[in-house]
Structure formats: C-alpha cells, structure tokens
Write a protein that binds this ligand. Sequence first.
Ligand code: TXA
Ligand code: MG
Length: 354
Amino acid sequence: MKHMKQTKVLKVDFNDPDAASIHEAADAIRAGRLVAFPTETVYGLGANALDGDAIQQIYHAKRRPANDPIIAHLGHAAQLDYIAVDIPEAARQLAEVFWPGPLTMVLRRAAHIPANIAVGLTTIAARVPVHPVARALLEASGVPIAAPSANTFTRPSATTAAHVLEDLDGYVDIVLDSGPTHIGLESTVLDLTQFPPLVLRPGGVLIDDLRQIIPEVEVKPQYLTENQTASVSPGMLIKHYSPKARVILYEGLPEAVTQRMCATARELVADGKRAGVLVSEEEAPQFTDLGVRIIALGKQDDLAQVARVLFAAMRALDAQGVDAILVHGFGQDGLGAAIWDRLVRAAEGRVVRV
Ligand code: TXA
Ligand code: MG
C-alpha cells in the first residue's frame, strides 16, 4: 500500500508517563503527525486540532468519510474560550462538575479552528480527558488535539493499544500504550448549541448525573440508517460499531432471552455456523455444552465491568472468525443506556424482542 508509515509503539506508565515518550509524541503532534493515545474511555487517534492538514490525515487513517465531525481534546477547561464562542452558562457549569472526564460538549466553533474538524457544521465538540497519559500529552503539545476513537470506520472502538494496531498499523506515527482503558466505551456527547441541551450519544457520564446540574437535559438517541443523510451528528450512523460477524441483539425478560439465545445458538451450530455469545457471568453456564464461544462480560449488575470489556469481547469473537454474535441488553439504568446504544449500532438496528 502507498504512503504506509512506520508505526512506533511507546509503552508508558499509566500514572507516571515517561517524559521522553510524551515529548516525542507531543513533537509529532506539533509536526502535524498522528498519535494514538489512551483516554479514560477508549483510545483516540490524535492530530493537532489547529492544523487542517493534520486533521485530514485522521479521515484517511480511519478510512472514514471526510464529513464525520471530530472531538477536540483540551488540556484544561480554560482552553474552551479559545476554540468555541457564545458558550452558554450551562456549559460552564457542566465543565466545572464533569471535566476532566468523559463528557463531550458541542458548542459554536471559533472562526480560526479548521472547518474540517466538523465538516459542514459551524460547531465544535470538546472534552477534557482525565486519563493521566492524555493529560500529559495535551500539556506537552500545547495545542488542542482532534481525536476520534482509534478504530477504522465501522469497527468497535479500540480499548487497548493492540486494537489500535489491528486497525491502524501503518497509518499512525506513534501509539502511546498504557494498557486497557478504564471505562471502555466512549464519552457522552451533549449538544449545548440549543436549550434544553440534547444528549446525542449516551456514554461515560450518566444522563441522571447531567440532570443533577441541568434538569432540562433531553435525550433523543438518533439511529440513522446509511441511506439517511447524517447531517446532525454523522457519527450517529447506525453502522458504526459493527464487528465483522453478524450481531443478533435480544431484548426482553432475562430468562426468556437466555432461552431464546440458547435455542438460536443450537440452530446456528446445527447449521455448521460458528457462533459466539456475550453474556453475564450468571448465565454463562447455560451455554457451556452448546458448542459456541462464550465470553462472560461480567456480573449482570456490574455494568461498569460490562462496558469496560464489551468492545474487546466483540473484537475477540471476530478474531475467532465467528459468523454470528448473540448478545442482549443490560437494561437502561446507569451505563445500561450507553451499552444498549453500542449494541444497537453493532446489530445495525435489528433487535429481537423476546
Ligand atoms: O470518548 C470519546 O468520546 C472518544 C475519546 C477518544 O475521546 N472519542 C470518540 O470520538 O468517541 P468519535 O469520533 O468516535 O465520536 C465522536 C462523536 C460522534 O458521534 C460525532 O458525531 C460526535 O461525537 N461529534 C463530534 N463533533 C460533533 C459536532 N460538532 N456536532 C455534533 N456531534 C459531534
Ligand atoms: Mg468512534
């Protein structure tokens, strides 16, 4: 392939990232190159957000349509006034409480920020990550860093450096590796260009927690099909987190769902298909004799654990070459809403109601 890069992996300590590695990565950012780095949610594919050519490289690396808006990562909330204008009071209040952390706010973009960070939109999405490595990189580079999740378009987000390399080896200059990310799914995206503010994507910050600060916050998850023009938030395209295998998503009363999943697993195996199931630890034993690959995500009530390992589990089943992945929702409470959102996308909107 043409223009392949020599991707360099730098291992850095989570709490105390090696200064030489951080400076090498920061120099690369300032020079317009691409650096993948860990955040508390997922790994990001970073470029200097003040450099339109560098941003363009992100689209190329992700093999992503060049109309998908990208989040600007900031080292400090005070930098918000540099990249955004007409910032509402609600955004300041939310920043005070949730930054640094997994909240992304959509605001009006300052004129000097390259338009290709959010092609076709007059807005900019911003967040201040809390991960020590991300913070060190942002501080050392001294510029806002544009970074989508570090996966190719349509693959599950990367939660380890190995996932980043699976998708982006040869396309990214440096990968900062500090091990698996803690939250495992992406930030909550909140549109503050309107009031009441609107959640565009549920994520690491819970909607109930946002409402503690701004009670009016509304939620309208938008699942767009590929035929619809995705002008609002193109990342909401339904086929966004799909593993290679067909994902079959079940919803309903837990026992009935488990039974239906077992039945479908049996049928698939009888058909000579390879199937994988993503289930809770409690229900895993019911699948043991079916001849399917089983990944126990965590205890049924431990949504943080389920969220943390979900994308890695999808990738693991993909790597084993399964034809179908059977999975169910984990309710809508707390992180359940964000987990459900990712599962619906992975299943391309097809839900089996039991
Ligand atoms: O946790 C995260 O958010 C990770 C880490 C790396 O920060 N990033 C991430 O980026 O998930 P990405 O590109 O995979 O998803 C960004 C989401 C998309 O749904 C996109 O449409 C939305 O944010 N977004 C970005 N800029 C926007 C804008 N100006 N207006 C509306 N939505 C925007
Ligand atoms: Mg993404």
